[in-house]
Design a protein around this ligand. Structure first.
Ligand code: SF4
Length: 319
């Protein structure tokens, strides 16, 4: 049987296998809302936020900033134990808003409270590329000598005209710099991208595979654009629906398989899609599809086409 460069038979470099390889067991992420805000909301960069943003749509119910980090971890563990396969190892995922956007002393307190939790083997910190500096990276490098530490940047698009249009408040150049600086400190570096943002063509989205492939990223997450009710983007969509090319599920499956073929095989892929609860959504809906079903459907399509992540990386036939 073929073994791909990532050392197993799945046709993409899967996040769950990456952790199994690192720790010999399943690792579960626990979301935490530690009460951060974001410079694109509090006025230091902007006040309106990114046009698509409504964090409530992505936060699990046990995860609210009124509860301490410890309490959120304990409740997260009991939530996952009831619903999913048992796991003994957990990552505390600082998810809501910009989780490096505070003085270092405050960050240390919060991260170290999380790392003291029972079964916690590391932290994953979601943030913006303009909320990091050398002092914070030096501290995270020290932490990473004892724990799994990852910083995950919201980049969303490789095109500045899109970043301006969605009011991100940073450029792709700033994202590129933050990713390279973080990786240079030896910290696991992740990134998040959205497909279907207004004004981008499918070819431009596909070409992002080549740009992303050049970044020193350990992990990536991808989401299809979902229009969340109550956001500035919902108004834009109502006023100019023709500017949006929202993916149907079938279109996304075709697109994503082509994207994966061009993506650097060394990059671990954590997510293919996003899944805000339907009550928050407007626009093109996919119906009920669980994440594990989506993963199986993508793997099935990769198999049908006898292709895999990175097969066309750098325009070459690979393997
Ligand atoms: S940076 Fe994140 S939290 Fe801040 S407005 Fe944008 S999506 Fe929302």
């Amino acid at each position: 049987m073929t073994k791909y460069p990532w050392g197993h038979e799945r046709r993409f470099n899967a996040y769950s296998n990456y952790f199994r390889e690192l720790y010999g067991a399943r690792v579960q992420k626990l979301s935490i809302d530690a009460g951060f805000t974001c410079p694109n909301r509090d006025g230091s960069k902007g006040t309106g936020g990114c046009t698509y943003c409504n964090n409530d749509a992505f936060n699990p119910s046990y995860c609210v900033p009124e509860k301490s980090v410890t309490q959120q971890i304990e409740e997260g563990i009991s939530f996952h134990r009831k619903r999913y396969r048992r796991s003994e190892s957990y990552l505390a995922y600082f998810q809501a808003y910009s989780n490096t956007y505070a003085p270092l002393e405050k960050l240390k307190k919060l991260y170290e409270e999380a790392l003291a939790g029972s079964g916690i083997i590391g932290i994953v910190i979601g943030t913006r590329p303009d909320c990091i500096d050398d002092e914070k990276l030096k501290y995270l490098r020290e932490l990473s000598e004892k724990y799994y530490v990852a910083v995950e940047y919201g980049i969303e698009s490789c095109y500045d005209r899109t970043l301006i249009r969605i009011n991100r408040g940073h450029t792709f150049g700033e994202a590129d710099e933050a990713v390279r600086a973080t990786a240079a400190y030896g910290i696991n570096t992740g990134a998040h991208f959205i497909f279907g943002l207004p004004g981008e063509t499918r070819e431009e989205m596909l070409a992002e595979a080549d740009i992303i492939s050049t970044l020193p990223l350990k992990t990536v997450k991808f989401h299809q654009l979902q229009i969340i009710k109550g956001t500035a983007m919902e108004k834009e969509y109502q006023n100019n629906p023709g500017d949006f090319q929202l993916f149907s599920w079938e279109e996304y499956l075709d697109f994503f398989v082509r994207f994966l073929e061009r993506l650097n095989p060394e990059i671990v892929v954590e997510r293919f899609t996003g899944e805000a609860p339907p009550r928050f959504l407007t626009g093109t809906l996919w119906g009920k599809k669980r994440t594990d079903q989506i993963v199986s459907l993508v793997e099935k399509r990769l198999e049908e086409l006898d292709t895999w992540q990175g097969r066309l990386y750098e325009g070459k036939e690979f393997i």
